[in-house]
Design a protein around this ligand. Structure first.
Ligand code: NAD
Length: 416
């Protein structure tokens, strides 16, 4: 069957499957299939050369039955309302799986951030926030970084929101620099969380992680920190890539040095001692663990049967299509789904929000210990459902997340 998926069609199919397994009634399924609010804005920006740039901005708030909306903001030229809606839905399930008191949201701006200067990006970010500010806030909707946004973007968001309200509100965004209330360990959290899941999965699958080979597609925030965490526990990172292509080094590469090379040349390619490979080749490498950490639909019906990894940990959101899911399951490859594998980021975002509300700053050791506890608990909660239902991990994770949100909605009731 030809694969013609959008991120939203996949998210809705996943919801339908979980709803059926959980025996949710039609009304509940319908409620969960639609976001509570979708905001579209036009962002006018004074460019450095004096002209005006006009960019489309989106914020989708899916469900907040378990707590305020929470979700990243992505800058990407191809972003669509459908994609942002799907990502907001995944955030709702993810927060429920990690058992943190947030709902799900996502934001996006159609922009190629690499083509804008830092000043232009700052003006774009501030204007975007000013347009959606009435729907944001520490008890309403709390943004975080995603693709092509970072701690600096969150600093601009926090400052703009605070300026509009007239006082400092650090808890209005997470993923900020530590100087202004960011949490120690937030930048590394998603990558570290992925490795906590891989540790649990390897214990269950009898895979020794010491010396295990790891291939990482996407060497950005998540991919780089997953590489560092993998190295810390004795794995060998044999391949990495970015949007320009990949590198392969069977003896293992040093993530910090590859990052320095990427910062200098804007690409991981042509790094010494490595052979250049394509992103497609990277996915099909002989390795123990594969970590897709870039964009959607990378593992699909064209390449799923060529995947040789024993464990695939979805650090990115939606890197595997439904057809590929089935193929990997039949090949008995352990697939750790995105809504579980990459929940470390929002977990430490929650820690950051708690620290900001209490005006505290926890030491890194405390953040990392609590992250490990949360990720291990979430993994084991999913595994318990997988064992009971004899399902794959994605279905187990969806049942856990969707089930917790549906229960919260039932208990709250419908007003009026
Ligand atoms: P990032 O912008 O820091 O890095 C993205 C990386 O992917 C870059 O190295 C880029 O060159 C590379 N890339 C882009 N297109 C590619 C392609 N077609 N093939 C290979 N590489 C490609 O973004 P990030 O924050 O690391 O996010 C990566 C993924 O993780 C996204 O799917 C995001 O939604 C997800 N995620 C991020 C967080 C977080 O805390 N940042 C949390 C949960 C999930």
């Amino acid at each position: 069957m030809a694969e013609e998926h959008t991120a939203l069609s996949v998210a809705l199919a996943q919801l339908k499957l979980a709803s059926k397994k959980l025996k949710l009634d039609y009304g509940m399924q319908k409620m969960l299939s639609q976001p509570k609010r979708s905001i579209l804005v036009s962002i006018d920006v004074r460019m450095d050369n004096g002209s005006v740039g006009v960019f489309n901005g989106i914020r989708v708030q899916h469900w907040d039955a378990r707590g305020p909306f929470k979700g990243g903001i992505r800058y990407h030229p191809n972003i669509t309302l459908d994609e942002v809606t799907a990502l907001a839905m995944l955030m709702t399930w993810k927060c429920a799986i990690a058992h943190i008191p947030f709902g799900g949201a996502k934001g996006g701006v159609c922009v190629d951030s690499k083509k804008l200067s830092k000043h232009e990006l700052e003006r774009l970010t501030r204007r975007y926030v000013s347009l959606i500010a009435e729907y944001l806030g520490p008890h309403r909707d709390i943004p975080a970084p995603d693709m092509y946004t970072d701690a600096q973007t969150m600093a601009w968001i926090t400052d703009t929101y605070s300026q509009l309200k007239g006082y400092s509100i650090p808890e209005s965004a997470t993923g900020k620099p530590v100087e202004i209330g960011g949490s120690w360990g937030r930048t590394e959290a998603t990558g570290r969380g992925v490795m906590h899941c891989i540790k649990q999965a390897s214990e269950n699958n009898g895979l020794k992680l010491k010396g295990a080979s790891v291939a990482i597609q996407g060497f950005g925030n998540v991919g780089y920190h997953a590489a560092v965490a993998a190295q810390e526990i004795g794995c060998k990172v044999i391949a990495a890539s970015d949007s320009t292509g990949g590198i392969f080094c069977p003896d293992g590469l040093i993530p910090q040095e590859v990052l320095a090379h990427k910062e200098k040349t804007r690409s991981v390619q042509n790094y010494k001692y490595c052979r250049n490979i394509t992103n497609e080749e990277l996915l099909e490498l002989q390795c123990d663990v594969l970590i897709p950490s870039a964009v959607e639909n990378q593992i699909n019906c064209k390449n799923a049967d060529k995947i040789k990894a024993k464990v695939v940990a979805e650090a990115a959101n939606g890197p595997t299509t439904p057809e590929a899911d089935k193929i990997l399951y039949e090949k008995e490859i352990c697939l750790i789904p995105d809504i579980l594998a990459n929940a470390g980021g929002v977990t430490v975002s929650y820690f950051e929000w708690v620290q900001n509300l209490t005006r505290e700053q926890w030491p890194l050791e405390k953040v990392n210990r609590k992250l490990e506890e949360k990720m291990t608990k979430a993994f084991n909660d999913v595994e318990a459902i997988v064992a009971k239902e004899e399902s794959d991990m994605r279905t187990g994770a969806l049942m856990l997340g969707v089930g917790r949100v549906a229960n919260a909605i039932k208990v709250l009731g419908l007003w009026p």
